[in-house]
Design a protein around this ligand. Structure first.
Ligand code: BGC
Length: 841
């Protein structure tokens, strides 16, 4: 437990949102599976959460009552309720399962909740909320996957495909739902209008095992004459992915769509994809995630997605065989255009290139406005950084071409935005423009998964505030349906290690419960039968995996979601996967409980020098692997306990003890020195609590001495996230602050002083002399080192989870003022309400 530091004046504010009715608690923010009024739920017993507000102090829920009915009106009629929980004596307000009768495909139910508090007052019922079920059984899908006739495409040129279907309705529509997915990415239109601003649908999952569909309420969009239109692009499904691979999941794009219409007279009608649809190619000559999009506006087909369009020259779609048993409703946060930014300047580089500076390393694309002559070809290239001379620099993108090309049709001003690609960039080079580029010609469209922003942190040091800004932008740019390592080069994969180390910080900045829940399901889906966890999820590296600290994402991320949101459901759902991973490690370590075999990334990108007496802070991989084997095993035992699985709790506690004692025999001297005398080694042994009590102060001292000796951190991906926490936990917050406030390489603030607007992959991505690190691996938007964010929130500002009351049902406020900070403030929206911590000297 951390002790309060002595300081002149400590100001703590714990604030709950003000209440509405004096002296009475009220229930707000009713959500189902983390979403407000979701449609397309395919969970048999959806979970409901709410928050309580009050203007009185010390108010707690002591009981709740939930009621569910077929309509909001029926909620008021006792005999019409589908389910009533009755008064349940419980303080649970997060993820309470619906326990009523079975829910049917596509039905909508309404619900309300009220609570009793410890002052013996009952609240009003919450405002009625609803959830709507998706398609629960494969046979409810009446639509067929459709696409181009197999073999109709030439291998080299694979333009996006356009689908359309026109139909008439004779009756008045009461409501209409669109259920849709694709092999490849889709955009869907009704009568010329985009059905939603969701992007990169159906999202990225392990497609051949889990294919998400989306549900849209389109009641207001259809009319007596309706045209459905869709565009399909290669995306992750068959585009270039993971170093030069194509067609990882399949080589045929396909669309599956079902429109369920309910008329006011009570009858229903279905419109589905079938061979009656028309198909063609159009202006999007190619669209690839890594390489960008080429759009030839001369090939536009005005009105193609509107009624009355002449599609006689289009081909007929054919049925594509594909399983519908793997369809699941999308339950995570959709990717959306979240914000727009305008360039801060336009300039010419020394080489004479025309470049816009967006002022922020961002992820998405630019919207281009252009007026030109037919056939003018405008090329947009994207870069994160300028080289030392100030020229446009793209070598670190490796083979990703990251280029959008727009071919002008001529006439009035034209507007272009790509459909199925994204770029990671701050600088945009424009070529082929008629006339002089104008700063108003482009707008940056920032896209990412739409997660609720939950955390803010700021303090008296402007560089640390920029660091926090960079951490949050690193998260935005790399939370694009899956957690990626980077958003710009020919990679952009769901690297497990990066996600694992960043997860606690991510859960401060945004609500990531649904986001990780989905990704964890893909992890389980792609886990090998022997329990090995692939390096990247979804796996596009053919099962390569099993590295310590990377594969442990299988245990640590569900645990983080549990702690941050009080969600034990994810522990239950992922339990088999976690256990399989721990059993895999047990098998590899064998009877000695020391994991010496196999490939591991180790303390990836740790500090290295070319001094002959100190080549680098290399932490032995066996030590790292065994420490993580211990940590995941001990977490598994805790998790088994939470799930009420006593035999497993005991089994894994015993296994953890054995690993711990083997670790001490193998890697620790009787005097508390570790065989790898590195910051990372000490940090692991101390923070995973692997050392006997008498050696803890000695090991902590060795750690502190090492930090003092270097005067900087020496850690890589594995040690960095835990370094400041461990120093603070063992009484060395002064050193943690020294590391935080350090402005020279290697440190968190060094990139900030070099003008970074996101977190860099390497401590010295750009060196003090302006030259770059190895182009083979030098991303300027890699969130892993942003894991320091957790320490800012939970140590500097002091908002700390109480593991016995996850989801901040109870929490600690234990700020650690220090360094030259004069004040710090953090705010966190939790599932139980808002926490504010603020201090100043
Ligand atoms: C990625 C990482 C990842 C690593 C594995 C890199 O190519 O960008 O962030 O964790 O490989 O060591």
């Amino acid at each position: 437990m951390k002790t309060p530091t002595n300081f002149l004046q400590l100001l703590l504010l714990i604030m709950m949102t003000p209440s509405l009715v004096h002296g009475k608690s009220a229930v707000i923010k009713p959500v189902c599976e983390y979403r407000s009024n979701p449609i397309g739920i395919d969970i048999a017993k959806p979970r409901l959460s709410w928050q309580i507000i009050s203007d009185a102090d010390n108010v707690k829920q002591t009981a709740f009552e939930i009621k569910v009915a077929n309509s909001s009106k029926d909620l008021t009629k006792k005999d019409q309720l589908r389910w009533s929980s009755g008064k349940v004596e419980s303080d649970q307000s997060v993820n309470v399962s619906y326990e009523g009768a079975g829910l049917k495909s596509m039905e909508r139910v309404y619900w309300q909740v009220r609570i009793w508090d410890n002052k013996n007052k009952v609240s009003e019922w919450s405002e009625p909320a609803y959830w709507e079920m998706g398609i629960l059984e494969p046979q409810t899908w009446k639509a067929s996957f459709i696409g181009l006739k197999p073999g109709a495409e030439t291998a080299k040129s694979r333009p996006c495909q356009y689908f359309r279907k026109e139909f008439r309705l004779t009756k008045k529509v009461k409501s209409a739902r669109l259920y849709i997915t694709s092999l490849g990415l889709y955009q869907v239109f009704i009568n010329g209008k985009k059905v939603s601003n969701d992007l990169f649908t159906p999202g990225w999952t392990s497609y051949n095992k889990r294919l998400q569909y989306q549900t849209y309420d389109v009641s207001a969009m259809i009319s007596d004459k309706t045209t459905l239109g869709a565009i399909l692009g290669d995306g992750w499904y068959r585009g270039s992915i993971g170093w030069g691979q194509n067609n990882y999941y399949g080589d045929q794009l396909a669309l599956l769509l079902q429109l369920n219409i309910e008329y006011t007279d009570g009858t229903n009608e279905l419109v589905t994809t079938d061979p009656g649809w028309k198909i063609t190619t159009g202006p999007i000559s190619s669209s690839e995630i890594y390489h960008g999009e080429t759009y030839d506006a001369r090939l536009e087909m005005p009105g193609w997605n509107m009624p009355g369009f002449d599609d006689s020259k289009w081909g007929n779609a054919v049925t594509i065989n594909h399983s519908k048993d793997i369809l699941i409703s999308s339950a995570s946060n959709a990717v959306k255009p979240i914000q727009e930014i305008v360039p801060v300047k336009f300039f010419k580089t020394p080489k004479g290139e025309n470049v816009f500076d967006m002022g922020q390393n961002m992820v998405g694309w630019v919207r281009l406005k252009v007026k030109g002559s037919k056939g003018d070809q405008i090329t947009l290239k994207f870069a994160e950084i300028l080289d030392k001379e100030g020229n446009f620099y793209t070598e670190n993108l490796r083979v990703a071409r990251a280029t959008d090309v727009y071919i002008v049709k001529g006439g009035e001003e034209e507007v272009f935005e790509p459909h199925f690609t994204f770029h990671g960039f701050r600088y945009v080079k424009i070529e082929g423009l008629p006339g002089v580029p104008d700063i108003n010609q482009i707008t940056g469209v920032v896209v990412h998964s739409e997660m609720e922003p939950t955390g803010t942190f700021n303090c008296s040091d402007s560089l640390i505030n920029l660091l926090q800004h960079n951490i949050q932008w690193g998260q935005k740019g790399n939370f694009l349906d899956i957690p990626t390592d980077c958003p710009q080069r020919d990679e952009r994969l769901g690297w497990t290690g990066d996600a694992e180390v960043f997860a606690p910080t991510a859960a401060f900045n945004f609500n990531v419960a649904a986001f990780y829940t989905k990704w964890m399901k893909d992890l389980a889906a792609d886990q090998l039968p022997n329990g090995k966890v692939p390096h990247v999820i979804p796996d596009v590296l053919h099962g390569d995996g099993g590295s310590a600290a990377w594969a442990d994402a299988s245990v640590i991320i569900p645990w983080t979601v549990y702690l941050s949101y009080g969600d034990s459901g994810i522990l239950r759902d992922q339990y088999a996967s976690m256990k399989a991973w721990v059993e895999y490690m047990r098998g590899r370590a064998g009877d000695h409980y020391i994991w010496t075999k196999d490939f591991h990334f180790g303390d990836w990108l740790a500090y290295a020098t070319n001094h002959s007496d100190y080549p680098g802070a290399t932490t032995e991989k066996d030590l790292i692997a065994t420490a993580y084997f211990y940590y995941s095993t001990s977490l598994l035992s805790k998790i088994a306990k939470i799930l009420g699985n006593k035999p497993d709790e005991d089994t894994y506690a015993t296994l953890a003890d054995k690993i711990k004692s083997a670790f001490n025999n193998e890697f620790v001297t009787p005097n508390g020195r570790l065989v790898s005398h590195t910051q990372t080694a000490y940090v692991l042994a101390l923070s995973f609590q692997m050392l006997p009590a008498e050696l803890i102060p000695k090991a902590a001292n060795y750690l502190a001495d090492d930090v003092k000796k270097f005067g900087h951190l020496t850690t890589g991906f594995v040690g960095t996230p835990l370094l400041c926490k461990t120093l603070s936990d063992y009484g060395y917050s002064d050193l943690a602050y020294m590391l935080l406030m350090n402005k020279s390489y290697p440190s968190w603030l060094y990139p900030v002083t070099k003008g970074a607007t996101t977190i860099w992959e390497r401590w010295d991505g750009q060196k003090p002399d302006g030259t770059f690190q190895d182009v083979g691996m030098n991303s300027f938007n890699h969130y892993a080192y942003g894991a320091i964010g957790e320490w800012l929130y939970s140590y500097v500002a002091g908002i700390t989870i109480d593991q016995n009351f996850p989801g901040y049902k109870h929490y600690f406020l234990s700020p650690h003022p220090g360094g030259s900070l004069r004040n710090a403030n953090a705010k966190l929206l939790t599932m139980h309400g808002t926490i504010v911590s603020s201090w100043r000297w």
